[in-house]
Structure formats: C-alpha cells, structure tokens
Design a protein around this ligand. Structure first.
Ligand code: CTP
Length: 413
C-alpha cells in the first residue's frame, strides 16, 4: 500500500505552543522546535525576555516556518495570548526556569507566556532547567508541587552535567527527544488506556549452555519496545520486561531486564496480578540446555559436546492463573507456514484476547527490521491482515484493538 512506509508525522494537524525562558538550556529548545515541526506539529514559539539573552526569534522562525512571539502587546494584535491559548493542543515550556515556575505557580500573567498559560485549557508540560541549588530550594520545590496540583505535567529535570563550571546535579533539562515523547503523551489527551497498567514483554531470551555461551534467537525487541512506548504515550503506566536488547529504554517506561525464559516467567507472574493488559511480544526460547555447565566448556575436555535440551515453561500458559479478571492478554506468533491456521490454535490454546501473527517468510516482516506485516486474530472477529507498515504503526493498531477490548475491565488497583 503506497504511503505506509513514509516517515511518520504523528503530530500532523496539531498545534503546540513552545514556551522558551531564559536559561542556558534554551539552546536545546532550538532542536526541540525542529523535532516538533518534523513530527508534523505547527509550532508557535513564545520567548520570554530572559530567553532573548540566549536565543533569537529568527532561529525558531527559520525552523518552524511560523512567527516566533515575544510581546504580550504586539502592535495590532492585543489578544495574541488568547488566540495562542485557545488554538493550542498542548503547551510545552522548555526550558522552564525557576523564575517561570514561580510566576506560573502564582498565577501571574505579566508576559506573553504566563498569560498564555493562564488562558489555555490545553495540557501543559513544564521542563525545569536550573542550577541544582536553585532546584533544591524550598521555594522552587513548593512551586513545583503547586504546579502539579494545578494539573501541569512536570517532565524532568534530569541528573547530569549543568552549565559550565557548575558540576553535576539534578536541574539539567531533559533532552529534546525525551521532551518530544512527553509532548506526544500530552497531545494524546485522555485515552481508554490512561491510568491503566500495561505490561509488555520484548526481545529474545538467553538460555545458558555454560558460563559464557547461550542458546538465543534473533529478536531485537523492536516490536515490544514500540508497543511499550505507544502505551505510555496513551497515558498508561507501563512495565517493559525485556530480554537482552540494545534498544534504549522508552521514555517514561519502567524497564525490568531479564535473561532466561524462567526469569521472564517469574517477572510476568509477579506483574500480572495488577496488570490491566499484557502484551507478550517477547520471543521466548522453547528449549534450554538441561544441564548448563558452570565453567566454560573446554575444547580439550573430550570432543564435541552434546547439548541436551529440555522444554522451558510457556510463559503465557504458566502464568494464566495470575491474570486479573477482565485483563486483556495479547500474544504474538511467528510462523513460517499456515500462519493464520496455527495462529487461531494459539489464540485459543493460550487463552488470548488478541493474537498478532507474523509470517517470517514475508519480506519486511519479523526480526531485525523496522517494518512488519501482521494479521490480527481476535476471538469472534474476522482476521485482519494489515499492510506492510512501521512497527510503530503496528503498535498503534494493536493498542486500538486493546482499547476496544478494555471497557469491560476496571483499572487495576
Ligand atoms: N510464548 C511464551 N512462552 C514460551 C514461548 C512463547 O509465553 N516459552 C509466547 C510468545 O511470547 C508469544 C506466544 O507465546 O506471545 C506465541 O509464541 P510462538 O513462539 O509463536 O509459539 P509457541 O507456543 O512457542 O509455538 P511454536 O514455537 O511451536 O510455533
């Protein structure tokens, strides 16, 4: 299908006000304005007087293709703040200095940005950036507390190197790609997944042969990591149980790393009683060496070793009793022949609400690629073969189905 592999512009048609205040992290706001624009958003940049000491409106205008604003009273446009506030789907303030936080917490409206904050009903994301002592000050702490009470979302700060000569500490602004993820979550608004607890498994497992060798598979973890990121973006609280993978932890997602099928079973069993949704995207080994050697097997130790295998626990079946009543359980199946027929059997046999079937023989599907071509199988529903699309796109299709299955379930306690 044409267009399905085009770069995703998830914020297409959305308007974001990007407030920039006077901290050195303002240089990162430039990259953020570009990222938001590339994601498809129309970005209205509002700079405080302090921000103008660090960055210029022209820089943002060249990247967003839109005017950048600085004045509460621009000639001929006295209601600019009302218009910006009304048209915004989200307001992101990055960097948010201690001064901005204090003014916003007090409900002041003495410049364009604070007036816009007061006038908007859109979700607000504040990204604090300041020296660690300013961040630790009781006045800043109580301002942040108040802002969260108001319903603003505070993203960061991170711990890391501060401005030159300032050492390390909490106070460093999040990176543009992290803020982009927070903006994405704000733009989603309230979805049926908001506040739900979603557990996702991803990646391969490793079953030890000896102290250094293992039996594994080629799963990269991409599909599960995309599902975890998309579920968080939709407002869920997400735990990602991940086998070995080089992928970075998705923003906002709690990651529990495991190695073997047995460790994955234990982590899933532990998480299931409070989960509203389980998406089992991991490629769990079906067999493991029955007697792994404690030391490295040496060449001299007597010819070619014979490795005897035994079955691992099937995680989905073994943890069935730990499921919450009403939770939604999604499995994946990788097949090389009779994909849909085998899939229907797995759907029933493993007690699943939804099964995502990949045919590993299809080009662009399966392991180590960014795309996937899947068929969705659901009890009582016709098969749905999706076109070749990005794994992020597949994640969204899966979560749309999950949301449709959820209403019967109450959020986990
Ligand atoms: N799965 C699991 N525990 C295992 C193996 C698989 O929980 N030990 C899960 C996978 O995470 C996936 C689903 O079961 O969600 C189907 O996995 P798949 O490998 O396709 O099926 P198997 O049951 O292993 O059957 P086969 O390999 O014979 O096709």
């Amino acid at each position: 299908m044409p267009g399905t592999r085009a770069p995703r512009r998830p914020f297409s048609g959305r308007r974001v006000v990007l407030g920039v205040t006077g901290g050195i992290a303002a240089y990162k706001a430039v990259a953020l304005a570009r990222e938001l624009t590339l994601a498809g958003a129309a970005v209205d940049v509002v700079l405080s007087q302090g921000a103008l000491e660090f960055v210029r409106p022209l820089t943002f205008e060249a990247l967003t293709g839109r005017p950048a604003h600085t004045s509460l009273y621009p000639p001929g446009d006295p209601l600019l703040h009302i218009r910006l506030a009304r048209d915004a789907d989200a307001v992101v303030v990055a960097p948010a200095t201690a001064n901005l936080l204090a003014r916003a917490a007090a409900g002041m409206a003495d410049d364009l940005l604070t007036a816009t904050l007061l006038a908007t009903e859109a979700p607000v994301v504040l990204c604090p950036a300041m020296n660690n002592r300013m961040y630790a000050h009781p006045a800043t702490r109580s301002n942040l507390h108040r802002l969260q009470e108001i319903g603003y979302h505070v993203a960061g700060p991170a711990v890391g190197p501060l401005a030159w000569g300032e050492g390390e500490g909490p106070g460093r602004m999040l990176e543009p790609d992290e803020i982009l993820a927070h903006a994405g979550r704000a733009l989603e608004g309230r979805t049926p997944l908001a506040g739900r607890r979603v557990v996702v498994t991803a990646g391969p497992t490793r079953e030890p042969i000896d102290a250094v060798r293992y039996v594994g598979n080629r799963s990269s973890g991409r599909m599960g990591y995309q599902v975890a990121a998309a579920a968080w973006r939709r407002g869920a609280e997400v735990l990602l149980v991940s086998g070995p993978s080089h992928l970075p932890a998705p923003v906002g997602v709690e990651v529990r790393k495991v190695e073997s099928a047995e460790e994955m079973r234990a982590a899933v069993a532990d998480a299931l009683p409070t989960a509203d949704v389980l998406v089992m995207a991991a490629a769990v080994a079906d067999f493991r060496p029955s007697t792994p050697a404690e030391q490295k097997i040496k060449k001299e130790s007597g010819g070619v070793p014979r490795i005897e295998l035994e079955p691992t626990a099937d995680v989905l079946r073994a943890t069935r009793d730990a499921r919450r009543a009403g939770s939604v359980i999604v499995g994946f199946a990788l097949e090389t022949a009779d994909a849909v027929e085998n899939g229907r059997r797995k759907l029933e046999g493993k007690g699943l609400d939804l099964l995502v079937v990949n045919d590993a023989t299809e080009p662009g599907a399966g392991f180590e690629v960014e795309t996937n071509r899947v068929v969705l199988l659901q009890a009582g529903q016709p098969d749905q073969a999706l076109p070749l699309m990005s794994k992020a796109g597949v994640a969204d299709q899966i979560l749309d189905r999950v949301q449709g299955l959820l209403p019967a379930a109450e959020p986990a306690a």
